[in-house]
Design a protein around this ligand. Structure first.
Ligand SMILES: [Zn+2]
Length: 180
């Protein structure tokens, strides 16, 4: 990736403390203490989480309290190139709306739908490209819906795969049935 990345750090607390975000200064030790807001913190220990985020154990030089921060790259999201060659910013809400319509009245938990939108967004970020074809998103959506709910998948496929007659719709359904 050639884009210049940026980072945020997020203190990780136990359940008794509300979570909040803190932007990290360029110099690693110069972050303000989330407890007294005043003191600078110094890094005691650095490690990595399962997701490869950088975690640091910190101590305030003023009040002496300790906490962890988590650092992960903020990646850009590529522009979407539509079939008519126009460009559009990726819109997670719009994707989510489309997924909800496909899953309407189906026994799919809301969190599963949001999870799919998150997964797709994350995959787009991981591509690390400036532009990406809308077909690639469509393919990800259709693959995701297929594993989520077959009716939702068929609803989406009718539009996306342009199944505009009963015969092509039946072929797709036969294919689904033979797979499951
Ligand atoms: Zn402090």
């Amino acid at each position: 990736m050639t884009e210049k990345g940026s980072f945020y750090s997020e203190p990780v607390f136990g359940e008794q403390n509300p979570p909040f975000f803190i932007l990290e200064d360029e110099t690693r030790g110069a972050m303000n203490c989330p407890f007294c807001g005043d003191g600078k913190t110094r890094v005691l220990d650095t490690g990595k989480s399962d997701q490869n985020d950088v975690q640091r154990r910190r101590e305030c030089t003023c009040c002496g309290k300790r906490f962890n921060t988590m650092e992960r790259p903020i990646l850009g999201i590529p522009m979407i190139v539509k079939s008519d060659n126009s460009r559009q910013e990726f819109n997670r809400e719009k994707l989510l709306r489309g997924l909800r319509i496909a899953c309407a009245k189906r026994p799919v938990p809301a969190e599963k739908i949001e999870q799919l939108a998150d997964d797709i967004e994350r995959e787009l970020q991981m591509e690390g490209k400036r532009e990406i074809s809308s077909r690639i998103i469509g393919d990800k959506v259709i693959a995701g819906l297929k594993s989520l709910d077959q009716i939702a998948y068929v609803r989406f496929a009718i539009v996306y795969l342009q199944l505009d007659d009963l015969l092509s719709l039946r072929k797709e359904i036969d294919r689904l049935l033979s797979e499951s």
